[in-house]
Design a protein around this ligand. Structure first.
Ligand code: SF4
Length: 280
């Protein structure tokens, strides 16, 4: 049995949230540069240039990429041969977020109760997902997600007969309805299959995959490319002010489902989609 300590987890989460909020992932920055080169509109190019300059300044000056430093979704992929020592794993994750958000001077954006709405004061608790599998690995991935894009996500339960056309129409509708609210160019995370909660989880998980990597199933990879073209034909462009780049990528994740179900969820990541990962 491999032992992993509370303090190791706390330190790793702290470093992850600092990195995520200060350094735009390389694949997203590269995609913004490609988008800049492909835009004809001066306004769209200007907006993309501001996004690139902003990312550079955040990295250099150690300031948050965006003022909305989000509610942190944490995914922990853990091997069943791992034993956590020295404290509660959830506490360790939240302690790391608390310290990271304090040190980085990041905005505290979490309320303790969705209706009473009192700020927790330290950006905890996180939303934590565990993926348990064989082995002794321990991989932490953080996704601090701002509300502008998060609020634009949607879930639907299609009829199986609606098939790919139904999925396609729903995804395009969600991006269109989001307009400029999700701070495009967006990354479109699509979860297909499972049940209600699994589809939503898959959509969020899809945002964790680097956007220069297509799905390993050729059929889904092809659908990702098709959907990207359709979404970009909407012409929303950077910040919803027009242009060729409404989305930088469409990432799909799927899972087996019931014979009578076709759940589809869409989670939109903004141009400042922040994620960071580390392995203990
Ligand atoms: S959607 Fe993204 S870029 Fe826009 S305000 Fe929220 S975190 Fe910032």
């Amino acid at each position: 049995m491999r032992e992993i300590y509370y303090e190791q987890i706390k330190a790793a989460v702290k470093q992850c949230v600092l990195k995520a909020n200060l350094e735009l992932p390389e694949d997203i920055e590269a995609a913004l540069r490609v988008a800049w080169a492909g835009e004809d509109s001066e306004r769209a190019r200007g907006l993309l240039q501001i996004m690139l300059d902003n990312a550079e300044m955040a990295r250099q000056q150690r300031m948050a990429i965006c003022q909305d430093t989000g509610l942190v979704a944490v995914t922990i992929s853990i091997g069943q041969d791992v034993h956590i020592v020295g404290g509660d794993i959830n506490e360790a994750v939240n302690a790391g977020i608390r310290e990271g958000y304090q040190e980085g001077w990041f905005r505290k954006s979490v309320v303790t109760d969705p209706l009473e709405r009192v700020n927790s004061g330290d950006n905890t608790p996180a939303v934590i997902h565990y993926e348990l599998a064989a082995g002794d690995h321990f991989i932490i991935t953080v996704l601090p997600k701002g509300a502008g894009s998060e609020n634009m996500g949607q879930l639907t339960m299609l009829k199986p007969a609606q098939g790919w056309e139904g999925v396609r129409d729903f995804v395009v509708k969600v991006v269109k309805e989001a307009g400029g609210n999700a701070c495009p160019p967006v990354i479109v995370g699509v979860g297909i299959g499972g049940n209600m909660e699994m589809a939503s989880y898959l959509a969020k998980k899809a945002l964790l995959r680097p956007i220069n990597r297509r799905h390993n199933k050729p059929r889904l990879a092809q659908l990702e490319q098709e959907l990207l073209k359709m979404v970009n034909r909407l012409g929303l462009g950077p910040q919803g002010l027009g242009g060729a780049t409404t989305a930088l990528a469409v990432n799909i994740e799927s899972y087996p489902t019931h014979i009578a179900c076709l759940p589809v969820a869409v989670s939109l990541g903004c141009h400042a989609t922040r994620r960071s990962s580390c392995e203990l």
